[in-house]
Write a protein that binds this ligand. Sequence first.
Ligand SMILES: [Zn+2]
Length: 117
Amino acid sequence: MTTHSGSCHCGKIAYDFESDAIAGGMECNCSMCQRKGSILHFVPASAFTLKTPREDLGTYTFNKHLLQHHFCPICGIAPFSEGTDPKGNKMAAINLRCVDGLDPQKLAIQHYDGRSI
Ligand SMILES: [Zn+2]
């Protein structure tokens, strides 16, 4: 396990998370991800540490409101989302484009057909 860190562009939203080495991520074609362009990597909420007060997060939900899409009210970047997996475990969905030391162009992309759900 390695501690990775990520942030929005201006740095108002920042976090750490524990994960194995990251070689790839998921791109989804749902109405949200299509627009946001995130490359997603999921970790249990217990492996995620938010370093920003929650009241500083912008939060957007839609459809069934199962996911909380967080964004920075200053720079507009969306560095992570939160939700619950099918088994009921709380998860953080990291936007790998916001993680330090990763080159998004070197990540293996797995496509997820969120549009069909
Ligand atoms: Zn920001």
